[in-house]
Design a binder for this molecule. Structure first.
Ligand SMILES: NC(=O)c1ccc[n+]([C@@H]2O[C@H](COP(=O)([O-])OP(=O)(O)OC[C@H]3O[C@@H](n4cnc5c(N)ncnc54)[C@H](O)[C@@H]3O)[C@@H](O)[C@H]2O)c1
Length: 261
């Protein structure tokens, strides 16, 4: 079988661990060239190990998606090694929660800076490169089931993920004349490093033992378990590939049945 992303250059943000790293592994398995990026100056041990297995087809670049200069340097470094980015996995994000009446300005600023501003300007930089090079690429933005409806404790994060769904639709319409597709993925609950923080915050505000929330959300999924990071990779490969050539402006729920649409 032909690899579905043969020699296509994919850039992934937030790829040090969790979903981003699993999708990088999936993309490499389908023949892509991958630029993995994250905020750390050095790649995580897991990202280093993956790159070591694909030394000619993967690289790591440090990038803080909240900083315009950092995005510019990331784009230059990506282009220098593998040429125009043809697939973007726009994944970097942070989580926080608090009761609505206690939700702080600092938390708002941090979540919107990474999850909305960072997501938008990384996407814009990649789209400019695609348009300039005449590349009919594919962008995948990471939304969440949290972007589908509000949650009493999770107002800022839910709002950032609703914004991701909206920007995905606008960008898809703006880019359709260029043959560039823009879609989203909305995971449900996925067992990643992010969940240590999510679980601890729910424990504090819902008076639970550590680990209790994580167990409960897994049992509540119709398919009966939390997602693994690799559960997101198949949908990401599909949306990046030509198999999805007639799909744009959609946000696909990959959540074991939590959200129905
Ligand atoms: N895990 C879940 O249950 C879940 C559910 C729905 C949606 N999501 C979304 O999926 C995506 C991946 O989540 P994950 O669970 O793998 O999280 P994660 O915390 O494991 O990974 C997120 C990555 O983003 C990076 N990052 C944070 N701030 C950054 C910045 N300013 N610049 C560059 N990188 C930065 C982090 O270093 C981290 O490696 C996120 O967009 C998240 O909101 C996750």
């Amino acid at each position: 079988m032909n690899p579905r992303l043969d020699n296509r250059h994919a850039l992934l943000t937030g790829a040090a661990g969790g979903i981003g790293l699993a999708v990088a592994e999936g993309f490499l398995g389908e023949g892509a060239l991958c630029t993995l990026t994250d905020i750390g100056v050095q790649p995580s041990a897991e990202a280093s190990a993956l790159i070591a297995r694909h030394p000619d087809r993967a690289q790591y670049l440090q990038a803080d998606v909240t900083q315009a200069a950092s995005i510019e340097a990331m784009m230059a470094g990506a282009h220098r090694r593998f040429g125009t980015v043809e697939v973007l996995f726009n994944n970097a994000a942070v989580f926080d929660l608090a009761p609505l009446l206690e939700s702080s300005e600092a938390s708002y600023e941090r979540l919107f800076a990474v999850n909305v501003k960072g997501m938008f300007f990384v996407m814009q930089a990649v789209l400019k490169g695609m348009v300039d090079a005449g590349v009919r690429g594919s962008v995948i933005n990471l939304a969440s089931q949290a972007g589908r409806r509000g949650e009493a404790l999770v107002s800022h994060y839910c709002a950032t993920k609703a914004a991701v769904i909206s920007y995905t639709q606008s960008a898809a319409l703006a880019m359709a004349p260029h043959g560039i597709r823009v879609n989203g993925i909305a995971p449900g609950v996925v067992d990643t490093p992010m969940w240590a923080n999510v679980d601890a915050l729910f424990a504090r505000y819902e008076n639970l033992a550590i680990g209790e929330k994580k167990k409960a959300v897994g049992l509540a999924v119709p398919l009966g378990r939390m997602g693994e990071p690799s559960d997101i990779a198949g949908a990401a490969i599909f949306l990046a590939s030509d198999e999805a050539r007639y799909i744009t402006a959609q946000t696909l729920n990959v959540d074991g049945g939590n959200v129905m649409s």
